[in-house]
Design a binder for this molecule. Structure first.
Ligand SMILES: NC(=O)c1ccc[n+]([C@@H]2O[C@H](COP(=O)([O-])OP(=O)(O)OC[C@H]3O[C@@H](n4cnc5c(N)ncnc54)[C@H](O)[C@@H]3O)[C@@H](O)[C@H]2O)c1
Length: 360
């Protein structure tokens, strides 16, 4: 079976972009093609792959589960989370990733070959209880890595974050290999997690792949307690014709990415030949950079009466410790990463999709 892509919609900026909904099957093989990858070669996806997603009910997991089911088949992707997941097109399980025994049993039960470990306590929420956040973020990660090693899992995806950077890092165009002194427990856990990923790869040959996501913006799901959540909430307010109060100052630039790009980048990294994945800590992944004022201006191009005010809270200090933009040239060179959406393209699509949702 070939997993191929219908060509992009007009509101994305580059010639390589596509949306998750643009995937389709045909029956002459079983490979992932993107317009970008097609220029070089296609990469085999094993028909027998069985994927476990941990934290599948969250902002990213909701969308990634659907995308992977499109690519691998509904029965080949097992969605799991702390609570039962509703409206699932494929199998789902309740799993606390802190329970190593339950995780191992689930891997055996479904003959899992790949794990996407998304469960974590995010930056803003994590500061409410640092010790508990550390326990969840690191405890679940060790369970995943040990289970993967002991049960011969072929590939693991572990998302890191721009939260690994702190004030000592270059504040703009932050390089791939930079000093990492994060100021949140979340950031500390991601730095540690990246280094453990590298350790498991070098010591045990476990094929762990990782990207440092910027703030992710999508219409399909709500964010779970990060410092960039405002950039999702703002679109919901705009569509509902409500004024928006932003918890960051107007001139706070942060790296962001549209959900479609983030999901595509994730799947492209996971399907790249192993020898192209040279960074085994985590790749910088960039989409766009904007301030709250700039996203509001972008919305006003579509909804001129939209209003924004600013009331910074504790999340301002977290945002101030992060870079305003990151350099993802290593990901571009190693496995061909290229984002498709810019701010105005994302705004048009977010408003369009959310209007449809609120009209239902
Ligand atoms: N969303 C972003 O902007 C962003 C940016 C950078 C990195 N990331 C990373 O991507 C991953 C997913 O992020 P998200 O935004 O979807 O987070 P989210 O908070 O929306 O979802 C996390 C999910 O994990 C589940 N979970 C929590 N503890 C669990 C446990 N012990 N066992 C099983 N499930 C558990 C939660 O119920 C939730 O559904 C996280 O590792 C996060 O650090 C996200």
């Amino acid at each position: 079976m070939i997993f191929k892509i219908r060509y992009p919609k007009s509101n994305i900026r580059s010639d390589i972009g596509f949306r998750i909904s643009d995937f389709e099957y045909c029956d002459t093989g079983y490979s992932l093609h993107s317009p970008y990858i097609r220029r070089s070669k296609s990469y085999p996806i094993m028909k027998q792959d069985k994927i476990l997603i941990i934290g599948a009910g969250g902002q990213i997991g909701t969308v990634l589960t659907a995308a992977l089911r499109d690519a691998f088949g509904e029965q080949h992707v097992i969605a799991s989370d702390l609570r039962p997941l509703e409206n699932q097109a494929g199998p789902s399980e309740v799993l606390n990733a802190l329970d190593a025994k339950a995780l191992a049993e689930l891997v055996k039960k479904h003959s899992i070959t790949q794990i996407y470990h998304l469960a974590a306590i995010l930056s803003a929420k994590g500061e409410a209880d640092p010790m508990k956040s550390w326990e969840i973020n690191m405890g679940s990660l060790f369970n995943v890595f040990e289970t993967a090693r002991n049960l011969s899992i072929q590939k693991v995806f572990y998302p890191s974050s721009i939260a690994v950077f702190g004030r000592e890092a270059a504040p703009r165009n932050t390089p791939q290999f930079e000093v990492l002194i994060p100021e949140t427990v979340y950031g500390i856990s991601k730095v540690a997690g990246e280094n453990w990923a590298n350790y498991y790869f070098r010591r045990y040959g476990l094929d762990v792949r990782s990207v440092r996501y910027p703030g992710i913006i999508g219409y399909q799901s709500m964010p779970g307690g990060g410092t960039t959540d405002y950039a999702v909430d703002i679109y919901h307010c705009a569509v509902k014709n409500q004024p928006f109060e932003c918890f960051l100052q107007e001139n706070t630039p942060l790296p962001m990415i549209y959900m479609d790009d983030a999901i595509r980048g994730t799947i492209e990294l996971m399907n790249a030949p192993a020898e192209q994945v040279k960074v085994r800590t985590s790749y910088n992944l960039a989409g766009m950079t904007f301030t709250p004022k700039e996203i509001a201006e972008s919305i006003k191009k579509e909804i001129p009466e939209f209003q924004i005010s600013y009331k910074p809270d504790f999340r301002q200090a977290i945002a101030d410790s992060w870079p305003g933009s990151i350099d993802d040239s290593t990901a571009r060179a190693d496995w061909g990463w290229k984002p498709a959406y810019d701010l105005d393209g994302m705004t048009r699509d977010m408003l369009l999709q959310l209007k449809k949702q609120y009209l239902k």
